[in-house]
Design a protein around this ligand. Structure first.
Ligand code: HEC
Ligand code: HEC
Length: 243
C-alpha cells in the first residue's frame, strides 16, 4: 500500500484506497478464506500470515492490523481492549445505520460497509478473536500538558459514566476509552459534536455523547484526549479520600 501518513486530515486519496479495501474484503467474503483478494498485496500478506485465524484475519486485519493495533493511515482504531458487549453493540449500530450514516463520515462509512457483509455468527467469532489479543494503552499526553486542569475536568464531566479508570461501564453502555488511539478519540468527539455520530433517532446512548461533546471546543477536546492518555498510563482522577 502506498499511502502517505495523513494524521488528522481525511484525504480523499486515502479514502479511495480504503474504499478499494472494503470492496475487496467484501468480495473475499463470497469466496471464502481459500481465495483472498488478489489485487491488494497488504491484504493478501496479512491474510496469508495466518497468525490471526478465521473471520478476524479475513475481514478485519487488513484495516485494524494483525493484532488489532489499528492502522493510523487508514483511520482504523486499535480495537483490542474493547469488551465483547461494546464491540457487538457498535457493530450492530454500524449495520443498522446508526453509525457511519453521515455522508461526511468517511471512516464510519468504511466500517459500515464491512459490517453489512457479516452475520451474527461471524461477528461473534471476530469478537472472540479480538478479546484474545494484547491491549495497548492510549498514547500519553505530550510534555507540558496541563494535567491538573485536565484531571479536574475529567473527574467532573466524564468520570460518572466512563469511571475513574476510563474503562467504561456496561450498565451505562459507556465505552472504555484508554486503549483507543488519540487520533480516533479526537475524531469521535468531533463526530458527536457535529452530529456525524450519535444523532440518529433512537440512539439513546449516542445522544448522551452528542449532548456532552456539543459543549466542547477544539481545545477542550484536545484536553480530554490528552487526559485519556494520562489515564491510560496510570493517572487517578479520584480525590485522595475516595481511592
Ligand atoms: C475497510 C477497513 C476496515 C475493515 C476491513 C474493518 N474495519 Fe472496523 N473500523 C474501520 C474504521 C475506519 C473505523 C473507524 C470508524 C469511525 O471513525 O467511526 C472502524 C471502527 C471499528 C469499530 C468501532 C470501535 C469503537 O471504539 O467504537 C469496531 C468495533 C470495529 N471497527 C470492528 C471491526 C471488526 C470486528 C472488523 C472485522 C469484522 C472490522 N472492524 C473491519 C475500518 C475497518
Ligand atoms: C452520561 C454518561 C456519559 C458521560 C458523562 C460521558 N460519556 Fe462518553 N460515552 C458514553 C456512552 C454511553 C458512549 C457510547 C455511545 C455510543 O454508543 O455511541 C460514550 C462514548 C464515548 C466515546 C467514543 C468511544 C469509542 O470507542 O468510539 C468517547 C471518545 C467518549 N465517550 C468520551 C467522553 C469524554 C471525553 C467525556 C467527558 C467530557 C464523556 N465521554 C462523558 C457516556 C458518557
Amino acid at each position: 500500500m502506498k499511502l502517505s501518513k495523513r494524521d488528522g486530515s481525511l484525504g480523499t486519496v486515502a479514502f479511495r484506497w480504503v474504499g478499494l479495501f472494503a470492496v475487496l474484503l467484501i468480495l473475499a467474503s463470497c469466496s471464502g478464506p481459500e481465495a483472498p483478494p488478489d489485487s491488494s498485496e497488504d491484504a493478501v500478506a496479512e491474510v496469508d500470515a495466518g497468525h490471526a485465524p478465521g473471520v478476524y484475519a479475513q475481514f478485519c486485519a487488513a484495516c485494524h492490523g494483525e493484532f488489532g493495533e489499528g492502522r493510523e493511515e487508514l483511520h482504523s482504531p486499535s480495537i483490542t481492549g474493547l469488551p465483547a458487549w461494546y464491540l457487538e453493540e457498535q457493530l450492530r449500530k454500524f449495520r443498522a445505520g446508526q453509525r457511519g450514516f453521515h455522508p461526511d463520515d468517511l471512516p464510519g462509512q468504511q466500517m459500515r460497509a464491512v459490517s453489512i457483509a457479516l452475520d451474527d455468527e461471524q461477528i461473534a467469532e471476530a469478537v472472540a478473536s479480538i478479546a484474545a489479543m494484547p491491549t495497548r494503552p492510549t498514547e500519553p499526553p505530550s510534555p507540558g500538558f496541563d494535567l491538573e486542569h485536565a484531571r479536574y475536568r475529567y473527574a467532573n464531566e466524564c468520570m460518572e459514566c466512563h469511571r475513574y479508570n476510563g474503562m467504561g461501564e456496561v450498565a451505562f453502555r459507556s465505552a472504555p476509552l484508554v486503549t483507543l488511539n488519540r487520533s480516533y478519540l479526537r475524531r469521535q468527539l468531533e463526530n458527536y459534536r457535529s452530529g456525524r455520530r450519535g444523532a440518529t433517532p433512537g440512539d439513546l446512548y449516542g445522544a448522551k455523547m452528542v449532548e456532552i461533546a456539543g459543549r466542547l471546543d477544539d481545545d477542550e477536546i484536545a484536553l480530554f484526549v490528552g487526559y485519556l492518555g494520562a489515564l491510560a498510563h496510570g493517572d487517578d482522577p479520584r480525590p485522595a479520600r475516595e481511592r
